[in-house]
Design a protein around this ligand. Structure first.
Ligand SMILES: Cc1cc2nc3c(=O)[nH]c(=O)nc-3n(C[C@H](O)[C@H](O)[C@H](O)COP(=O)(O)OP(=O)(O)OC[C@H]3O[C@@H](n4cnc5c(N)ncnc54)[C@H](O)[C@@H]3O)c2cc1C
Length: 463
């Protein structure tokens, strides 16, 4: 039987849903909020969220932004690159855009810290950091998010020793809803610092952030397919052995793709996949998604067994992030680490048992604990982050509605930037400092001008 390498497999199988390229958002039929006429619509990355803001305020400087907030009234919502799946951004007021507040502003070679404009995309940080002799400890799956947007939702990568991005913020500048410019760090105002590092854009507009970094490094990533139960049985060993480890369990299959990543001094070897090769395999196997879910297992298992392990080596930030051009919607919960495997197994069992027609793989990662008030890993426990996905053109609700209670059963906290249905009552039970955040938010924004319907539900604000 012909062997497949990982890139070919990913271009032609369920994994292509994550790694492929198709403008599915053009066909998306999603939730619509805040519709008025004669405005330029805003849509999120997946296309499921749409809003018609009254206008967009593009800040050219911190002073410009402060003056705008001090001299206007009414609803405002900061927006990053629109990569959240939850309706954090939609407003019929003003969208605050800080794209022009970007780039490396300062760095400290001794402390290995660097300050960026908060509108900088994560993907625009790696090269200037490298030139300054620094690199970020970890990164999420993609690098299109802004620094402010990513930290606002506690965006994370994988690795048992690595916190979410917010855990590496050492200082930030906040323009409050009243238009005051405040510099915040762990000593100047520890309460505000620990709240503002994961703030859902509810405390003000963050204009710059200082990150703790390290020296530049190179990573080698090894990818292989293995039976999910074997991977789970050896999970603790893999997690301890590799700097980063994650798995993508394939639905309606016994297999998962494993990604193990470690520091290396080996030469760079990170070839771009050949489109011709991928197209040939795409032709050969494009029909498998038409097979009913209950009959897919032998097909997917057979494909999985043909996959050869692969390796790539590159500068850290080029290995840690990927391109996800095939649009989808996602729900992710962080469950206490000890519950991770059982929660994942119950989700996979439920998908099979209820014959749910899901082609997207799940994703299972690790995030270390931190001391912010609202990160999904805040507190004294490390967490496992488990994601489920649905192609953007399909209604995600029926699938996510079945899976979400499983996350609750295992003590999960929803990713702030991904689909969830929780309100203030449930969230207050999940976060010991939630009431303090609510009080701080009310003090900084007594008029509630930074709230939208979603945030009113999240923070329990009525009227
Ligand atoms: C393809 C894809 C892959 C992803 N991969 C990961 C992953 O690997 N790990 C992970 O944890 N998440 C992941 N996410 C989720 C994503 O990282 C978060 O939703 C993130 O918050 C999006 O950042 P953004 O810049 O697009 O911000 P937006 O989605 O535009 O906004 C997010 C929040 O930030 C606030 N905000 C934006 N700018 C400011 C500001 N200047 N001041 C204050 N608040 C502000 C907004 O008001 C909002 O509350 C992924 C999302 C997608 C679409």
């Amino acid at each position: 039987m012909k062997r497949l390498n990982r890139r070919k497999f990913m271009a032609t199988s369920a994994l292509a849903m994550l790694y492929g390229a198709s403008p599915a958002w053009l066909r998306a039929s999603g939730t619509t909020t805040s519709r008025t006429s004669a405005t330029v619509p805003w849509r999120n990355w997946s296309g499921a969220l749409e809003a018609h803001p009254a206008g967009r305020f593009a800040a050219t400087s911190e002073e410009h932004l402060a003056q705008f907030l001090a001299t206007t009234q009414g609803a405002v919502r900061p927006v990053g690159s629109g990569h959240s799946f939850s309706p954090l951004v939609p407003t019929d007021g003003q969208l605050i855009v800080i794209d022009q507040l970007h780039g490396l502003l300062d760095h400290d070679p001794a402390a290995l810290t660097a300050t960026f404009g908060a509108g900088t995309r994560l993907g625009d940080m790696g090269a200037p950091l490298q030139a300054a002799g620094q690199a970020m400890f970890n990164l999420p799956d993609i690098d299109r998010q802004t620094l402010a947007g990513a930290t606002a939702t506690a965006t994370h990568g994988t690795g048992i020793n690595f916190k979410c991005l917010s855990g590496y913020v050492t200082a930030l500048r906040l323009v409050t809803p009243a238009g005051d410019i405040v510099d915040v760090d762990a000593t100047s105002d520890p309460q505000l610092f620990n709240a503002a590092r994961v703030s859902l854009g509810a405390l003000g507009i963050i204009t710059r952030m200082t990150m703790q970094n390290r020296t530049p490094y190179r990573l080698k990533q090894t990818t292989w397919l293995e039976k999910t139960d074997v991977l789970l049985a050896n999970f603790d060993q893999h997690v301890a052995q590799y700097r980063h480890f994650e798995i993508f369990p394939l639905t309606h299959s016994d297999y998962a793709m494993a990604l193990a990543t470690d520091e290396t001094s080996e030469p760079i070897n990170n070839p771009t996949p050949s489109p011709e090769e991928d197209a040939a395999f795409d032709d050969a196997m494009s029909g498998w998604r038409m097979v009913p879910p209950a009959m897919r297992k032998p097909l997917i298992n057979g494909m999985a067994m043909m996959i050869e392990p692969s390796e790539r080596v590159d500068t850290s930030y080029k290995i840690l992030t990927n391109v996800r051009s095939n649009r989808f919607n996602e729900m992710e919960y962080a469950v206490p680490l000890a519950n991770g495997a059982a929660c994942l197994e119950e989700i996979l069992w439920t998908i099979d048992e209820q014959n749910l027609d899901v082609v997207f793989p799940l994703e299972y990662r690790y995030v270390a604990r931190d001391d912010t008030w609202l990160s999904m890993s805040s507190g004294d426990e490390d967490h496992a982050a488990i994601s489920v996905h649905r192609i953007a053109s399909e209604d995600y609700r029926p699938y996510f509605d079945v899976i979400e209670p499983i996350f609750w059963k295992y003590g999960g906290r929803p990713h702030w930037g991904k689909v969830h249905s929780l309100g203030a009552a449930q969230l207050g039970r999940l976060y010991p400092r939630f009431a303090e955040f609510q009080a701080l938010r009310a003090r900084l924004d007594p008029q509630g001008r930074m709230l939208n319907d979603h945030l009113r539900k999240v923070f329990g604000v009525t009227g």
